[in-house]
Design a protein around this ligand. Structure first.
Ligand code: FAD
Length: 367
């Protein structure tokens, strides 16, 4: 067996054991809503978080394809990975690339142990698509920086150990932006929940009132924040989340599907699309890992991927309405469909809206 086949077997056996012990129930969009620190800790203890990180930090020093295998298996199972997902996906690569030795020594072993829960502090009230318009600023003070402003839609800030804040330290637009690791909870940082329509708490507004951040928690060089944020967004946009976040729902619907169902053909097309996305995703991940920006491929992949993601929810609705089904859908399948339907408007917004990504693609192609 190849190493990668061994690794797939390893992660599958971990997930199967977790399911057998009823440690989790599969969910759609589990990388965003499946917050389970114990699951993350068990995964970390098995060396299955941060596979690309160097061994000295608890990683395995493996390549992009190995990381992809583990991510795919966890997402396909709908496993509760949200506690460590942002940290592993974009914070750790950034700390490895731009962080100080002290930051690497502190944070990277925590990431691989599943014990670094990180929130992303990019969006603001008037700076979502137009991120360069952010107004949160950081002023130099003795021994550090004072941050003033407010971030919006900060997923999981209420449970996070830190929020990575993009703030203005000078300049205009893309120039003069810097990233700060702001530790949480923090008496000088005010986290206000923004409840979802379901009443669940996922989003937050995070307000900073001259909040002190020591020099040691500046991430990367002063003024390099835009470049770093774009690198992190590339990791977010290029991931396998798009074609796998609703897979638990599709899998749960399968047993009720008769072979003669007219929607069975649609499901076949859907599986073919997943296969294509996987191939493209692998190529883009390899390019990113080799240092390329893949500045057209990534927005293309993300916008096509999120449209596909929303399409799977419509497909599931059609399947459920299809009278020729052999069996009625299970309660679990219907619950997952409701969950996916609820999450689906956000698919094409988070990480950059499809309209904005199409603008980036057309500008890139016309250069
Ligand atoms: C589930 C979810 C999780 C999120 N988590 C986080 C997080 O953890 N941290 C964080 O910082 N942010 C997070 N966000 C915020 C997300 O990044 C922003 O919502 C997104 O970038 C859009 O910004 P906005 O909401 O301000 O919309 P706006 O920028 O106000 O856009 C409104 C509409 O106008 C369109 N539009 C805007 N500009 C253009 C243009 N130039 N051309 C064409 N159309 C345009 C947009 O496509 C959109 O339809 C999250 C969002 C969601 C849905």
């Amino acid at each position: 067996m190849s190493d990668i086949t061994d690794l797939r077997a390893e992660i599958r056996s971990f997930v199967a054991a977790e399911l057998a012990q009823q440690n989790f129930a599969p969910h759609c969009d589990s990388w965003l809503i499946g917050f389970d620190p114990d699951f993350s800790a068990r995964l970390g203890a098995r060396g299955l978080i941060g596979l690309m990180l160097p061994k000295e930090f608890g990683g395995r020093g493996l390549g992009v394809n190995e990381r992809l295998v583990v991510s795919e298996e966890l997402l396909a199972a709908g496993a509760p990975v949200a506690a460590h997902w942002f940290a592993e996906r974009q914070f750790a690569p950034s700390v490895l690339r731009h962080g100080t030795d002290a930051q690497q020594q502190e944070w990277l072993p925590r990431v691989t142990a599943g014990n670094a829960w990180i929130s992303i502090g990019l969006s603001e009230a008037d700076a979502g698509s137009d991120l360069a318009a952010i107004r949160t600023r950081a002023d130099k003070v003795d021994g550090g920086w004072a941050i003033t402003g407010a971030k919006l839609w900060s997923s999981g800030a209420h449970t996070a150990h830190a929020i990575v804040v993009l703030a203005r330290t000078g300049g205009e637009r893309h120039d003069g932006l810097t990233q700060f690791i702001v530790r949480l909870p923090n008496p000088a940082v005010h986290i206000r929940p923004i409840p979802l329509i379901s009443g669940e708490h996922h989003f937050n507004e995070v307000a900073f009132d001259s909040s002190f951040v020591p020099d040691g928690d500046v991430l990367g060089p002063i003024g390099n924040g835009w470049n770093q944020a774009m690198q992190e967004l590339a990791f977010e946009r290029a991931g396998p989340e798009r074609y796998l976040s609703t897979l638990p729902m599709l899998q749960a619907l399968l047993p009720g599907l008769g072979h003669s169902s007219p929607t069975a053909a649609d499901l076949g097309r859907c599986i073919a699309e997943i296969t294509s996305f996987r191939t493209i995703n692998q190529r883009v991940a390899e390019q990113l890992s080799a240092g390329a920006t893949a500045s057209i491929e990534i927005p293309l992949l993300k916008s096509l991927g999120t449209s596909f993601e929303q399409g799977t929810v419509q497909l599931a609705l059609d399947l459920v309405a299809d009278a020729s089904r052999a069996f009625p859908p299970s309660d679990q399948a219907l619950a997952l469909l409701r969950e996916a339907q609820f999450q689906s408007p956000g698919f094409t917004i988070r990480g950059g809206t499809n309209e904005v990504l199409r603008g980036i693609i057309s500008k890139g192609l016309s250069r």
